[in-house]
Ligand binder design. Structure first.
Ligand code: UDP
Length: 453
């Protein structure tokens, strides 16, 4: 058995989902718990392994998942990758835990909510478990709403109803929820899958990467549903020292370039680690950017398109404008960019880490939702916090140009910026001693400690 370092007594085992945004959250949570005196073991699937050198204070164990046997291990095949992990990772995880338990005391296992099968392993080994939801509370409620609507025979529904507000779930529209609401996969099997994802089994608590007073209404409904303590300790990344969680190497040249730009002048564009635009959408976005006359840093991940060939399809003079006015990089130091005074807006995909990182720096947004929780988060940004605009991924260049200008130039954008700065200030208070998230970490620490008494 691989030896664990830790300092001895109180081990918490973290089981992340093998996707960038989820790994980031789990490692940040590990860092918070480590600062509160727990020794951390990260037991993760081999696929998308985090780099152990980035957190030398943790123990990492990479367990077989059989994903390498798949022909396609790119994000576009994510459903097959996840079902392969679900089928193959549980048994090695259980064997590993048994070995560790012979020598050390595990206080609890904290698993990503998508890895729901971990609860039965924990129960089998008589270990307490806790669920970590890297999403908003509203997305959790959106899942439960889908289950409720199906049981009321209201799903699947017609495409023509997608713009309607979901009964009992204001201000969200059906289109903000999972694509399943109109899918033929929304049958008994589909609903069962959804139930499994949201069933916490015998887990003792749920940890959310959110802030209690930003989501008080969904949280009170969730509290009625799940009878266990809910700990809102977000934004995770604002606690403890900054940690490196990226699976890809960031192009740090962006920062020197930003240093040369005027304040609030640059639009940062990134759609996270999984969402992609096809060539046609990229070209449309590039035209919109050029016509908006704004400077930009644009992350175009290399696996998402055929290198820079898409750009070469544009007229030479337009390519020249793009090069003069912006930077296109494969992966960026996002948090540093958002904290830079030259950045005035962030066009993202409504990914929760990205949106949290943006509001923590007071940066207003354009959100282009692609999948999963992006719709719910985008609706928060545009209709609850009013710090951004929504723009569909299929938007034409004229709409892209206008939307960028609304955000970066118009009065409307300036008002969003003001509200975003107010949110930033509010979040700073939440993470200080005496603030709600800080207090929740104290309570979570006591709660985990009490599990071993
Ligand atoms: N990120 C980054 N550099 C990039 C793009 C993204 O460091 O060029 C980080 C970003 O800071 C965030 C995470 O990747 O922490 C993306 O998470 P999010 O939940 O926004 O989206 P996902 O990747 O899960 O779709």
């Amino acid at each position: 058995m691989q030896e664990v370092k830790g300092s001895g007594k109180k081990y918490v085992v973290l089981v992340p989902l093998a996707l960038q945004g989820h790994i980031t959250c789990m490692l940040q949570l590990g860092s918070i718990l480590h600062s509160r005196g727990f020794s951390i073991i990260v037991a993760h699937p081999q696929h998308n392994s985090p780099n152990p050198q980035n957190q030398p204070e943790f123990d990492f164990v990479s367990l077989p998942d059989n994903v390498s046997s798949l022909e396609d291990t790119s994000f576009s095949n994510v459903l097959e990758i996840l079902s392969t992990i679900f089928a193959n990772f549980g048994s090695p995880l259980q064997d590993y835990l048994v070995q560790i338990m012979e020598k050390h005391e595990i206080v609890c296992i904290i698993y990503d909510s998508v890895m729901h099968f971990v609860d039965s392993i924990a129960t089998h080994l008589k270990l307490p478990s806790i669920v970590m939801r890297p999403h908003t509370a509203a997305y959790n409620l959106s899942d439960l709403t889908i289950i409720r609507l199906y049981s009321e025979n209201k799903l699947p529904m017609q495409e023509s109803q997608l713009e309607e507000i979901v009964p009992g779930f204001h201000p969200f529209r059906f289109k903000d929820m999972s694509y399943l609401v109109t899918s033929s996969q929304m049958d008994d099997g589909g609903c069962q899958f959804w139930k499994d994802l949201n069933n916490i089994g015998s887990s003792r608590a749920i940890i959310y990467n959110t802030i209690e007073d930003l989501e008080s209404s969904p949280l009170s409904l969730l509290q009625e549903h799940y009878k266990v303590p809910l700990f809102c300790i977000g934004p995770f990344h604002k606690f403890g020292p900054p940690i490196q969680t990226s699976l890809l190497k960031a192009d740090n040249s962006c920062i020197a370039w930003l240093d040369l730009q005027p304040p609030n002048s640059v639009l940062y564009i990134s759609f996270g680690s999984g969402s992609t635009m096809d060539e046609k959408q990229l070209i449309e976005a590039a035209w919109g950017l050029v016509k908006s006359e704004q400077s930009f840093i644009w992350v175009v991940r290399s696996e998402s398109v055929n290198e820079s060939k898409w750009l070469e399809k544009m007229p030479e003079d337009i390519q020249q404008v793009i090069r003069e006015r912006g930077l296109i990089v494969k992966w960026a130091p996002q948090k540093e960019i958002l904290a830079h005074s030259a950045v005035g807006g962030f066009w993202n995909h409504g990914g929760w880490n990205s949106v949290l990182e943006s509001i923590c720096e007071g940066i207003p947004m354009i959100c282009t939702p692609f999948m999963a929780d992006h719709g719910v988060i985008t609706r928060y940004v545009t209709h609850v916090w009013r710090v951004g605009l929504e723009m569909e991924s299929t938007s034409k260049r004229e709409v892209i140009e206008k939307t960028i200008q609304r955000l970066m130039v118009d009065i409307e954008g300036k008002e969003m910026k003001k509200r975003a700065l107010d949110m930033k200030q509010h979040l700073e208070v939440c993470v200080e001693k005496g603030g709600p998230s800080y207090d929740s970490i104290d309570k979570l620490t006591e709660f985990i400690t009490s599990l071993s008494l």
